[in-house]
Design a protein around this ligand. Sequence first.
Ligand code: TMP
Length: 237
Amino acid sequence: MEKRELLYEGKAKKVYATDDGGLLVVSYKDDATALNGLKRGSIAGKGVINNKMTNLLMARLEQQGIPTHFVKQLSDRDTLVKKVAIVPLEVIVRNISAGSFAKRYGVEEGIVFAAPTLEFSYKNDALGDPLLNDSHALALGLATEEEIAAIRRYALAVNELLKEFWLECGVTLVDFKLEFGRLPGGAIVLADEISPDTCRLWDSKTHEKLDKDRFRRDLGGTEEAYEEVMRRLCEHI
Ligand code: TMP
């Protein structure tokens, strides 16, 4: 399937039309941003890793009963996906305190929760992706009650499946962000990516950070961390 018109260029990906109105090509870049766009840079080889990792995990989740937009990988950086209307919510699941949760509630990182938390942010760069709850999302018309229920159910199911799988790889799934989309018939499917850009992944033994926090916090070794989690995933998938 050939790439046609460039429809959208985001921070980490480009999206192209294809000759099939129901399909798009997503192309993963090495560009990285953090702090809502204030910090910009590049992580060499990230696009190739994020493309492959997302596809391996989406294919696995699909087999385990989670509907996704994934169709097939076309090349190192390009993937064919179903065209969806993205629900403008960032769906964040947390198993352990870190990042904005630790900051917002004034607690240290690394507190293991008895049960996962689920939160929504409104996907809106100009507003800085503000946190919002179900009733806010309904009031703003971002999703219906049924859609929110489906999103919540899928996100928690994805957490259980990914947490168990990453543990087999010697990696602790601390938290992650998902996005969902609507197919033309209205069905909700998992979209976007699942990668070290969108997940916090810690070495299970040493708690070393193996994700984008290395870039966000200038810890160094970002490329090596992405390669390391990819290597572990490939050994176990
Ligand atoms: P946070 O602690 O900064 O809220 O991030 C929670 C998780 O969501 C973390 O794994 C990183 C991911 N995330 C994104 O993928 N995109 C974003 O824009 C934000 C804020 C977080």
